[in-house]
Design a protein around this ligand. Structure first.
Ligand code: KG4
Ligand code: ZN
Length: 348
């Protein structure tokens, strides 16, 4: 047995990014490659599943080859192959998972089926070796908005979820309503920087409610009304929208902190964690509550394969590998015991 740190190939294809990365069990990122599909989906203002699946098919093997070449490795050098097995757009998930299965079979390497959300949840530990369990995680992406107590690898307790839209979805829909372009999050953030956050009075759904759940559908409707009123600049609506999201995230997270007294850190992950205003507000909240604040670097917040490789490395270290018959899963909650929340849509 060699005592060198394991080498893990990660593959991601659950939404509109195809990605491959090679990381080590001791937190070195040897390579990470990514191909977005913004151009393909831009005419539709959102991700079209069929177009996404086709684009993943074309991109995945060249990216795997490039990631291996960047790391100066071949398949034979790897210790395991990890791929997102869900949740996500099923056509895309299947492309990445089937590719990983074929490579694992051909090179006789163990396969690790990674939950995409676990990839986000553990990603802060890739760049922060001091981040120990348990920590309170705000997971905010295009499809998810949850507060979780991360008690260990594979051990997640959901404290809150959204009862309607995810935070990233609210950013994307607001961008579409305001004609700011796709993908919406960064576009809204850019417009907000030119606007006045107090210009448009917008609601803060569920603010102050006892359970730490989220809701963003009413905010989106209010953005639509503000736009149709025709009296506000898009930049002012964007800034006011972003301020409302920040207020909601902070209020709900504050409530969850009360319910996770054992947490040592407040951690944010997922695509929306790339937002500077949200990161700054969360850092202040953590400070007020004597918690360390940890956020992955921006590139590691949005979908990527390094986080999938890292979740694979964490599972590999515990001997958690999967058979080649493992299925792709369109839905796959991190906390299977969590109850469906009244009013929750498919995102719960
Ligand atoms: O984690 P991610 O890359 O994909 C999913 O798993 O959903 O998250 C993408 C989401 C999108 O909704 C995007 O608009 C949002 O993250 N996002 C942002 C920012 N960058 C990406 N939202 C707000 N501000 C940003 N800077
Ligand atoms: Zn994601």
């Amino acid at each position: 047995m060699s005592c060198k740190s394991p080498l893990i190939l990660g593959i991601e294809s659950s939404c509109d990014e195809t990605a491959a990365a090679v990381i080590t069990g001791d937190r070195q990122i040897l390579s990470h490659r990514l191909a977005g599909q913004e151009r393909e989906h831009a005419p539709y203002g959102g991700v079209v599943p069929e177009i996404a699946a086709r684009a993943h098919v074309e991109a995945v093997m060249p990216l795997v080859e490039a990631a291996l070449a960047d790391a100066k490795l071949t398949l034979a050098d790897l210790d395991a192959i990890a791929a997102t097995a869900g949740p996500g757009l099923i056509g895309g998930v299947m492309v990445g998972l089937v590719t990983a299965k074929a490579l694992a079979h051909a090179a006789n390497k163990p396969l690790i089926a990674v939950n995409h959300l676990e990839g986000h949840a553990l990603s802060p530990r890739l760049t922060d070796p001091d981040l120990e369990f348990p920590y309170l995680l705000l997971l905010v992406s295009g499809g998810h908005c949850q507060l979780l107590s991360v008690d260990g690898v594979g051990r997640y307790r959901r404290l809150a979820t959204t009862i309607d839209d995810a935070a990233g979805e609210a950013f994307d829909k607001t961008a579409k309503l305001l004609g700011l372009g796709f993908p919406g999050g960064p576009a809204v953030e850019r417009a907000a920087a030119e606007g006045e956050p107090k210009a448009v009075p917008l609601p803060r759904p569920l603010f102050g409610s006892p359970e730490p759940h989220f809701s963003f559908a009413g905010l989106k409707s209010a953005v639509l009304r503000a736009r149709d009123a025709g009296t506000h600049r898009p930049q002012d609506i964007a800034a006011s929208f972003q301020a409302a999201v920040v207020d909601c995230l902070i209020d709900r997270t504050r409530r969850a902190i009360e319910r996770a007294p054992e947490a040592t850190a407040l951690v944010v992950a997922g695509g929306v964690a790339a937002n500077t205003a949200i990161r700054a507000a969360l850092a202040a909240l953590a400070g007020d509550n004597g918690l360390r604040f940890v956020a992955p670097p921006l590139w590691l917040c949005t979908d990527n394969a390094a986080m999938i490789g890292w979740a694979g490395a964490e599972r590999f270290a515990l001997g958690l590998t999967d058979g080649l018959d493992v299925a792709a899963r369109p839905r796959w909650p991190l906390d299977p015991a969590a109850e469906t929340v009244r009013g929750a849509g498919v995102k719960a």
